[in-house]
Ligand binder design. Structure first.
Ligand code: AHR
Length: 517
């Protein structure tokens, strides 16, 4: 990094040369209502047996010509490590309620091949199963979130799966794990009791699911010091009646409830991931920030029925959902990812940071090659990091940081009936550092921002060290392809200056900036 003096001078020059067409003041202050930590699990991921998320994306098998570490793609593994993933949800999604774990353990040659009925009927050879998943979590240094089968499984099957993974006893299930190559049990922290029980997980009414939930959780045991965090299948977006029923019936038996919300302008015409108009951009961003309304609606119900906040709100599936890339299997949900998706990621994370007294985990859908992915791969061994990946990498600094209050009066962008923040800002502190992220969603206007954080940090002086990075683009549709993998990438950013204890910078249109002070 440049010396702070030369950086300041360069910054001054750049700041002055920027013809910003809007201006605003941001005030960062101590959190009202007490300290709130942004749980690192807000940055959770989700990997389903769907399309090429697992097979080809993460797992190629030991005999693949694609470089791999014990079957895991080496390039993908390294890229994922850089994200410091806190928790990974698996094996679905809808696939979870079709999954029978015994199919995925034991010698590879004995594992049955099944048809993946939810996702294009693709052949699933079960070569990636429990061991491969839990070993991946160990390689990534993340917690495992295993989603159990309630829709087509049994209480016995799920209870034994938990025993298989976590028991250190001499029971025949634990012994089977040992014969399959793993002596010591794994730690499994998060257990989902079904997925989307209102839909692909069994099409159940909430009251019926709640009774099943009670039955399942009666027989799921905590083995040998493994502490389970039990997650009920939560509502579909705005369905607060589902939340109400769950809290009344199982509020004393669940640690968290996983609500799902996808940003889709129209389910019957989802639109292209890369070819969209300014109007469609506005529509999608408005849909994306509606997640805040969804959160508020559920929190209202939760605060009424669970005022002591015993049950956490999780958003264990969220993200953008478009038409698949032309020529790809419609059941594989393979979509490109532009700077628009980066905006959705950053805006959503900024929202989650505000509700961390209730939201304790989110899992973007999905990690590789499916929906709003971090990484795209092809069959020849190429890999692309998406703009969404770069947001997650830039935002790592917020994991387990203390959220600060932000006063931001910059006006909403209003396009027809759609509105969304023109400038979204979040701030937190950790290890003596102040972290700020600024998102200018505007397509044309740069915004001159003056940040006053005087009440939470010692006065900014010319010697304050500032590390700033920017993710930006020429066109909001810009994205990375296998032939041009570096079109959208973060750069160091020097266009800021410190004056009168405040920080001044111009946030260019279509950009996301993170600052570490
Ligand atoms: O993420 C894709 C699918 O969306 C999941 O399998 C399902 O839970 C949701 O409907």
């Amino acid at each position: 990094m440049r010396s702070s003096i030369s950086a300041t001078l360069t910054a001054l020059a750049l700041f002055c040369s920027v013809a910003a067409s809007a201006q605003t003041d941001i005030i960062i202050s101590e959190p009202t209502g007490g300290s709130r930590i942004i749980p690192k699990e807000i940055y959770g991921q989700f990997a389903e047996h769907l399309g090429s998320c697992i097979y080809g994306g993460i797992w190629v098998g030991k005999d693949s010509p694609i470089p791999n570490q014990d079957g895991y793609r080496s390039d993908v593994l390294e890229a994922l490590k850089a994200l410091q993933i806190p928790v990974l949800r698996w094996p679905g999604g809808c696939f979870a309620d079709d999954y029978h774990w015994m199919d995925g353990v034991g010698p590879q040659e004995n594992r049955p091949a099944i048809s993946n009925g939810n996702w294009g009927g693709t052949l699933e050879d079960n070569s990636f199963g429990t061991h491969e998943f839990l070993n991946l979590c160990e390689l990534l240094g993340c917690e495992a979130y295993v989603c159990g089968n309630v829709g087509s499984g049994s209480v016995e099957e799920l209870a034994k799966w938990v025993e298989y993974m976590t028991s250190d006893s001499q029971s025949s299930v634990a012994e089977m794990r040992r014969r399959n190559g793993r002596d010591k049990p794994w730690k499994v922290r998060y257990l989902g009791i079904g997925n989307e029980a209102w839909g692909c997980g069994g099409n159940m009414p909430a009251d019926y699911y709640s009774l099943l939930y009670r039955r399942y959780t009666t027989y799921i045991r905590e083995w040998d010091g493994n502490e389970l965090y039990l997650i009920a299948s939560g509502a579909n977006s705005y369905d607060t009646a589902w939340t109400e029923s769950l809290l009344k019936n199982i509020g004393d038996k669940a640690d968290g409830m996983g609500v799902h919300y996808y940003a889709v302008p129209n389910w019957s015409a989802k639109g292209s991931a890369t070819d969209f108009s300014e109007r469609e951009y506005a529509r999608l961003l408005a849909k994306a920030v509606d997640i805040e309304d969804v959160i508020q609606e559920h929190i209202k119900v939760m605060d009424r029925l669970d005022p002591e906040r015993k049950v956490d709100l999780l958003i264990d599936e969220w993200g953008t959902w478009y038409e698949v890339e032309p020529g790809t299997n419609p059941g594989h949900l393979f979509q490109q990812n532009t700077m628009r998706d980066a905006m959705v990621a950053a805006l959503s994370l900024n929202v989650f940071h505000k509700y961390t007294d209730r939201i304790k985990m989110t899992n973007i859908a999905q990690m590789v090659n499916v929906l709003q992915a971090m990484i795209l791969t092809d069959t020849t061994g190429r890999m692309v990091l998406t703009p969404t990946y770069h947001v997650y990498e830039m935002y790592r600094i917020f994991q387990d940081a203390e959220a600060l209050d932000v006063q931001n009066d910059y006006p909403l962008q209003v396009v027809g009936n759609d509105s969304y923040p023109g400038l979204s800002v979040t701030a937190a502190r950790k290890d003596g550092k102040l972290m700020i992220a600024l998102v200018n969603t505007g397509l044309k206007k740069d915004i001159a921002v003056r940040i006053d954080a005087g009440s939470v940090v010692e006065e900014l002086s010319p010697s304050s060290q500032i590390k700033a990075r920017i993710l930006t683009c020429n066109d909001i549709r810009d994205h990375n392809t296998f032939d041009n993998a570096h079109q959208v990438e973060p750069q160091n950013f020097y266009s800021f200056k410190k004056r009168d204890g405040r920080l001044e910078l111009s946030v260019p249109a279509r950009s996301i900036i993170t600052l570490e002070i």
